[in-house]
Design a protein. Structure first.
Length: 94
């Protein structure tokens, strides 16, 4: 990650601290790329006053959709992912 991106995240962390926000979840992949340089199209960035967590969800084929004639890729286990994500947020933010 470049110094420019680190500077962007640093400014965001300062703003989070100033506004007394525990964390900010960045869900738009364009914004995640702007802040990190990571180019995954389904990535999330959790920014806290003292650190960040970048998560990228892998694409997997869903046989259930294929059986019904639907085409494409879907995220597998999103419910589980977000349950773990929020558990992490609660622990990280106290």
């Amino acid at each position: 990650m470049t110094d420019r991106m680190e500077s962007r995240r640093s400014k965001l962390r300062r703003l989070i601290s100033k506004e007394k926000v525990d964390a900010l979840l960045v869900t738009n992949f364009s914004n995640v790329t702007y802040l990190t340089g990571f180019t995954g199209d389904d990535s999330y960035l959790l920014v806290m006053p003292d650190r960040e967590l970048l998560v990228d969800l892998p694409m997997t084929a869903n046989p259930g959709l294929a059986d019904r004639g639907a085409k494409g890729l879907v995220r597998r286990g999103l419910d589980r992912f977000f349950a773990l994500w929020w558990r992490f947020v609660r622990r990280a933010c106290g």
